[in-house]
Ligand binder design. Structure first.
Ligand code: GCW
Length: 843
């Protein structure tokens, strides 16, 4: 009988540590890059070869490259010829006969086999020192993924590469107290108790990890509440952070609060045009560069979600950005000014109000007004990292401004790392999207690269959210961080190829393992979209709270503007020019045409652009309502498949990794059912339109807790109602103290057919505390488990509704099924229902 424990606190801190996840060869307390993809060990069973690595120069980055090659190649079993690393100049001095192109770019590398003085060498040549480092990691990647680089003669230039985008940064939303906004992997590796941490070992390891995929900048603090980071004491600490990352070519950047001159500088104003304010920023930049000579720059969130900004003085984002840019300019620093500026007090009764319009409305008129070292950083879509959004039209609307695209590795709206959602296919769709600016081919990736509008500074920035819990908490979520770096280096890479590359380095080179993991990764985003918010409705999660479980109405009737406008007749937001908010008209004409009418709009974005009746027929031929029903059942099915696919790897991969992901994927499959039921039941009730397949409102085998014979348990209403079956649950919280200590029970008499079944118990896992549950059949325990997951919300709802399935139970009519729940601390052992399902059924 299956007994399962989930502990999302695990990673390094908990269970995984006991299980030795990824850390078998390392001291237990260390957090290292080896826990991710830099752990390759002789995947091809090569015989040990001699290993000689020589660095031609003494620079820190070059030394890092040589060290990394020694370590990595030794693990891979040695190298067929001595490896020599150096910049182009160093290499030509040592080996004048080598044919090295003289236009090797900044950050670029050239690898290959060459013959010098009658000896074969493997050369790693960098356009600069950083290029050497990237070349070394590329050589390791190629070796670990089975590429025979001895086939590549240096002269052929076949292994020459340079990054497409100059700015390749991760942003961390870490707070000085060590918490992380929208971080799902424990506490900050940078800060604790208002200061930079003493132990910056993990920071150096993180930089090493970032360098291995070509990331060259790291902004370490939250865009909200950034003022304390510019105090002299904090800056001294930050200089230590910069030093820890420097040997890996990762430059430090900071989020700044535009109100800092007033908040921490003692001025009475922060007006960007005030000379005293200007002087304050100039002095601050001087102070920063004295401590951190290679400081990369500032990121700014202003006039947005409560952060102050230039609007307080009637000034524009360009005024604010240029103020900072002027202070950084003498040192070569840049300003990444976020286009995530919108009014979160919109009038939801106004059919013309539209948050999606904000970025373009505010920033497009400022095109041409930004200083050359300002880059406008725009989220990939116009709202906020939803399961699906159209590409932000602003990318096409800033022809005279450097642009960066912001994406999220931390899975704020996409399952918070408890769900497997590989996002590279989503990012790739955005990168490839052709905005047709000036009726020419203008894919987003070329706009970011600057090749399109001839802007030299552009890039990609990922909000990473790494923490002390094995970087991202879930081992498979690391594929997103990896893929971000690879795509920022080369947006033409294929997400499935990237997934395969990551899998070979991280999990194993067994072709069956690679095939299965790639398949799982590639199906994970479509699955998530299916069981959350399809057709461009957005994620349909609790948007004013956790951003995790289902809560459909949370986006309506408030000023935040993430509206889907579902009513009895139909659903979707009219953003057409003709009858809606006009948002569709922000795209260049050819693209706008494809969104202006419902008939022209692709199904997956229909409800983002149009309000249609539930009976509206999609291009697929299905009605909207039937699609909502079907996609949710399909998505939950796909999530169940992930469990089966992973199960096929048992015995083929590292056992602790197998166990940890198995528990996570089983949890996900259960939560996908919570999502499916919530959305399907909600729209069934709202529309009154039956499901052609009879599933909505019909749950054979389900026995509601509120219908059971209850001992101690009291019936409670669940909000939102769709998060619990029948809108109700039972909770042991209201039981008398002595009853609560003994626990509560719900009991049903089974009246179905005799046979063998799986029984799912749907309960709510609240924090703090780990309630204990038992499922008994005729008084005998069939399973016991603890509700010890760490999930959002302090009330029973879809954030914490959790499924525990017990397999292979023989039942006959008259048998007594009983669930006993013993509360613990604030976890009242709340119970929703049990479901008796044919054995073998995943649902
Ligand atoms: O997605 C929203 C998040 C906020 C975040 C904001 C932003 C840092 O819910 O937590 O604040 O976006 O991007 O600024």
């Amino acid at each position: 009988m299956a007994q399962r424990k989930i502990d999302f606190r695990n990673g390094l801190a908990g269970v995984a540590l006991m299980m030795g996840l990824f850390v078998s060869a390392l001291p237990v307390a260390a957090q290292t890059a080896d826990q991710a993809w830099l752990r390759s060990s002789a995947p091809h069973g090569k015989a040990a070869l001699p290993l000689q690595v020589r660095a031609l120069g003494n620079g820190a980055l070059e030394q890092s490259a040589a060290r990394e090659l020694r370590l990595g190649m030794a693990r891979l079993g040695g190298a067929p010829s001595p490896i020599v690393v150096g910049t182009r100049e160093e290499m030509l001095k040592a080996f004048p006969s080598l044919a090295i192109p003289d236009d090797l770019e900044t950050d670029a590398y050239l690898l290959g086999w060459a013959r010098s003085h009658g000896r074969a060498i493997t050369a790693v040549v960098g356009g600069d020192e950083r290029g050497i480092l990237y070349g070394a990691f590329a050589l390791l990647r190629l070796s670990a993924t089975g590429e025979d680089f001895t086939r590549h003669n240096l002269n052929t230039n076949s292994l020459r590469s340079h990054p497409a985008l100059p700015i390749r940064w991760v942003d961390e939303w870490d707070n000085a107290d060590g918490s992380i906004e929208r971080g799902y992997a424990g506490r900050s590796i940078f800060f604790e108790g208002g200061k930079v941490r003493e132990d910056l070992g993990p920071v150096a390891e993180y930089a090493r990890l970032l360098a291995s995929v070509g990331i060259n900048g790291c902004n370490v603090n939250n865009v909200n509440n950034a003022a304390p980071f510019l105090t002299p004491a904090m800056l001294r600490g930050l200089a230590r952070v910069a030093s820890a990352m420097r040997p890996w070519g990762v430059r430090l950047a900071l989020s700044v609060d535009i109100a800092s001159p007033q908040k921490i500088g003692g001025l009475t104003t922060f007006d960007p045009l005030d000379p005293a304010v200007k002087a304050w920023w100039t002095a601050k930049a001087n102070e920063i560069y004295a401590l951190i000579p290679d400081f990369a720059g500032f990121t700014v969130k202003a006039d947005s979600e409560g952060q102050l900004g230039p609007a307080s003085f009637g000034r524009t984002p360009a005024d604010a950005a240029n103020l900072l840019a002027a202070a950084l300019q003498p040192y070569g620093g840049v300003v990444l000014y976020r286009a995530f500026v919108y009014n979160h007090h919109l009038d939801w009764r106004d059919p013309k109000a539209d948050r999606a319009r904000a970025a373009y409305d505010i920033f497009h008129p400022l095109d041409g007004k930004f200083a050359p070292n300002v880059i406008v950083q725009t989220k990939e879509g116009p709202i906020d990292f939803q399961a699906r959004e159209p590409v932000s039209p602003l990318f096409g609307g800033l022809a005279q401004t450097g642009q960066a695209m912001e994406i999220q590795v931390t899975q704020e709206y996409t399952g918070q790392q408890r769900h497997l959602v590989y996002l590279a296919p989503m990012w790739k769709q955005v990168l490839d999207f052709d905005l047709r600016a000036d009726s020419k081919s203008t894919p987003v990736k070329e706009i970011l690269a600057g090749t399109e509008f001839h802007r030299p500074l552009g890039g990609m920035v990922a909000v990473a959210g790494v923490g002390r819990d094995a970087w991202l908490g879930s081992p498979l979520a690391m594929a997103n961080l990896y893929a971000f770096g690879r795509l920022a280096w080369n947006p033409n890479l294929d997400p499935a190829e990237i997934a395969a590359e990551w899998t070979r380095q991280t999990i194993g080179a067994d072709p069956e393992v690679v095939r299965t993991v790639v398949k799982m990764l590639m199906q994970s985003w479509p699955a998530y979209e299916n069981y959350t918010g399809p057709l461009g409705m957005q994620t349909l999660t609790d948007i004013t709270g956790s951003h995790y479980g289902p809560n459909i109405e949370s986006s309506e009737n408030n000023g935040w503007g993430q509206w889907h406008r579902a009513d009895r007749e139909g659903v979707g937001m009219d953003r057409s020019v003709a009858t809606g908010t006009g948002y569709a008209g922000q795209y260049p004409p050819e693209v706008a045409k494809g969104y202006e009418t419902a008939a022209a709009t692709p199904d997956e974005l229909l409800l983002f652009f149009h309000h249609v009746p539930y009976a509206y027929r999609l291009r697929s031929g299905k009605t909207v309502i039937q699609h909502i029903y079907d996609s949710h059942y399909q998505g939950a099915q796909q999530a169940a498949q992930l469990v089966e696919e992973w199960a096929s790897l048992k015995g083929r991969i590292d056992a602790p990794l197998y166990e940890q992901m198995r528990a996570r994927l089983e949890y996900q499959a259960g939560h996908a059912i919570v999502w499916r039921n919530a959305i399907v039941e909600y729209f069934f009730k709202l529309s009154g339109i039956p499901d052609e397949q009879g599933r909505a409102g019909h749950h054979p085998g389900r026995l509601e807790a509120e219908d059971a014979r209850l001992t101690g348990y009291k019936i409670v209403e669940v909000t939102p109602w769709e998060d619990a079956s029948g809108g109700k649950a039972v909770s042991c919280a209201l039981a008398s103290e002595s009853a609560a200590q003994r626990g509560c029970a719900a009991e049903w008499t089974y009246s179905g057919q005799a046979g063998r079944f799986n029984i799912a118990v749907q309960y709510f896992d609240l924090q703090p505390g780990a309630a204990r549950f038992a499922l008994k059949v005729n008084g005998t325990a069939a399973a016991t488990w603890s509700a010890e997951a760490v999930l959002p919300s302090s009330r029973p709802n879809g954030d914490n509704s959790t499924r525990h399935t017990v397999q292979g139970i023989d039942l006959k009519p008259g048998d007594v099924l009983r669930v006993e729940g013993v509360p613990d601390q604030a976890d009242p052992a709340a119970l929703d229902y049990i479901e008796v399902m044919a054995a073998g059924s995943a649902q």
